[in-house]
Ligand binder design. Structure first.
Ligand code: ARG
Length: 567
């Protein structure tokens, strides 16, 4: 709910600069206390009065139409006249889209490694990144999503070596990631006793970096088969990218970076390798060239950042990557600063915590891996079972189960604070009760079904098209019970929640908001008849139902969760 008017009045009474009081307003812990509260503790010092006294003096002087102010100890509480304010709140809840702000944000997301399983870390990066991408767009930014595929590096030397020794084209085609993984595991097992493997692998990678035909062909083949498997996953997750620019894209762009570093005198030798010292006790030097002259992960990220700034015209560069890479990004950004790129301060690592599935961690090296596809399949199987029990007549059962199963995983991730560790339980996530995606999806479908029934009776919730006089008449004769009122107020918070989510890079702000709205709508629906309400009331309640359905769909959509009409 916009508390701007109350804030403005307080600013005037306190002779404050405009916009100072509004952010200080709080939501009372209990709706009985009113619709907003202004704590007076912080004013005691400058006004040299007890907070209680400040509150009661302000209560005395506060005059705003339809708004009652009263002191309760050190708090100034506000109660809105529901009939008076509801007209404005209904139109505020309708919302609109933000105007373009002309800023470009480039979001590095997903970025799995070719020939390796799509890990849970990549899943988190994909869903968090995609949600942030949609949220930035909704907030008026030009957003560019980039999949920075790990398609280059010494591991391809190992991959080629292992494939040439033990691989089979047939197996690789049938299950690219599984075959690649087993080659990878075998390589590491056998390399313990056979040092020639490592030498051979280094040699293949050198051939790759120098453009050797055979090496390149094998590499391209690995990339293609892995990509087709990743694409299948992206499709299920409903994610696409504006750009897929793997690390290899920067092969011809790193020379200039190394030259610049050398010319600026920033490169130093250390044990045969070339590094940039960062002059910070907490930051080890950043490795730029290995002793055999090959480039490395940070070198590619330097070239990448410069490309994103110079060519993609990024004003903001975000990297949605697990928290374990914090040091890497600090080093890369510090080197950019040393290179005189002031915009390095617009680079931001958006870290996230580890996610375990039913307590199981993942380790690629040992080959003990939870495959993402298995996780998605299990969620869909569970969703299918629930639907079959709940609504066996449902049409499109298969596609609804897919939407619910995948939605449960995506929502189950995004409802958490990004940075915390998550112990994910698929069983819990795929429930229609509790703080789950399916609960929100189900609530949305319930609201849609009410609207469909109303439409069948010839009544359509008509939103902004009701003429203002009729609307005023209806809202002033409506009872505005607690449940309707709380729902209406919360519906108005969408812009604040979006703003907060974008600022903190927290899709959980949107997920929590969706959960709140779903709870409030269900309470409203439980307490109020909609379709059998008296004329006049019925239209208001249908209007609230329509606004709730639309806002739930909006929130799910931002998160990348589908909202089926019927469940
Ligand atoms: N492929 C990397 C990994 O899986 C993540 C890449 C993140 N993005 C970047 N610009 N470094 O660890």
């Amino acid at each position: 709910m916009s508390l701007a008017r109350i804030g403005a009045e307080l600013d005037m009474l306190l002779e404050w600069e405009k916009g100072t009081a509004e952010p200080m307003l709080e939501l009372p812990p209990n709706p009985e206390l009113g619709d907003a509260a202004f704590p007076c503790f912080a004013l005691a010092k400058s006004l040299r009065k007890a907070p209680q006294q400040i509150a009661s003096e302000l209560a005395e002087r506060f005059k705003l139409e339809g708004t009652e102010a009263s002191a309760a100890g050190p708090y100034l509480n506000f109660r809105l006249d529901r009939s008076f304010h509801s007209v404005a709140l209904l139109s505020q809840a309708e919302g609109g889209t933000a105007a373009p702000n002309g800023e470009t944000v480039v979001i590095d997301m997903s970025s799995p490694n070719i020939a390796k399983p799509f890990g849970v870390g990549h899943l988190r990066s994909t869903v968090i990144g995609a949600a942030l991408y949609r949220m930035y767009k909704e907030a008026g930014y030009r957003a560019v999503s980039v999949n920075h595929l790990g398609d280059w590096g010494t591991q391809f030397g190992k991959q080629i070596t292992a494939y040439k020794r033990w691989g089979s084209e047939e197996r690789l085609k049938a299950a690219p990631i599984r075959e690649s993984l087993s080659l990878y595991v075998r390589f590491h097992d056998e390399a313990e006793n056979d040092p020639t493997l490592e030498t051979e692998a280094r040699d293949w990678f050198r051939r790759l970096e120098s453009g050797d035909e055979e090496a390149l062909n094998l590499w391209r083949y690995f990339v293609d088969v892995s990509m087709s498997e990743f694409d299948r996953m992206y499709e299920r997750l409903g994610v696409s990218f504006d750009k897929v620019l793997g690390e290899s894209f920067y092969n011809d762009k790193m020379g200039a970076v190394v030259e610049e570093l050398r010319a600026e005198g920033l490169l130093e030798e250390s044990e045969g390798a070339q590094v940039v010292r960062l002059g910070d006790a907490n930051m080890p030097p950043c490795l730029i060239l290995k002793s055999d002259g090959t480039t490395i992960y940070p070198t590619r990220d330097l070239a990448t950042a410069i490309y994103r700034h110079d060519v993609l015209e990024a004003d903001k560069l975000l990297y949605v990557v697990g928290a374990e890479q914090t040091l890497h990004f600090r080093q890369v950004f510090a080197v950019l600063h040393k290179m005189g790129r002031d915009w390095a301060s617009a680079c931001q690592h958006i870290p996230f915590g580890l996610m375990k599935f039913e307590g199981k961690k993942m380790s690629t090296r040992k080959g003990k891996v939870v495959f993402l596809e298995e996780v998605l399949d299990e969620a869909v199987t569970r969703a299918t079972a629930i639907i079959e029990e709940k609504n066996p007549q449902l049409q499109n059962r298969e596609s609804v189960a897919e939407a619910i199963g995948i939605g449960a995983i995506v929502f189950g991730d995004l409802k958490n604070n990004r940075i915390g560790e998550i112990n994910f339980s698929i069983e819990e996530a795929v429930q229609f009760e509790g703080e789950t995606g399916p609960y929100v999806q189900y609530t949305h479908a319930r609201a849609r079904s009410v609207l469909r029934k109303a439409k069948a009776e010839g009544i359509e919730a008509n939103g902004g098209t009701i003429d203002p006089d009729t609307l005023k008449k209806r809202t002033s004769s409506y009872e505005w019970d607690e449940a309707s009122w709380e729902l209406l107020k919360r519906l108005c918070d969408y812009a604040t929640e979006l703003h907060r989510g974008v600022q903190r890079h927290e899709p959980s702000a949107i997920a929590r908001y969706a959960l709140d709205l779903a709870k409030l709508f269900n309470r409203f629906y439980h307490h109020n008849k909609v379709l059998s309400a008296a004329a006049g009331d019925k239209e208001i309640r249908l209007e609230l139902t329509r606004l709730a359905a639309e806002r739930l769909r909006w929130a799910l959509n931002l998160l990348g969760v589908r909202s089926p009409e019927e469940i």
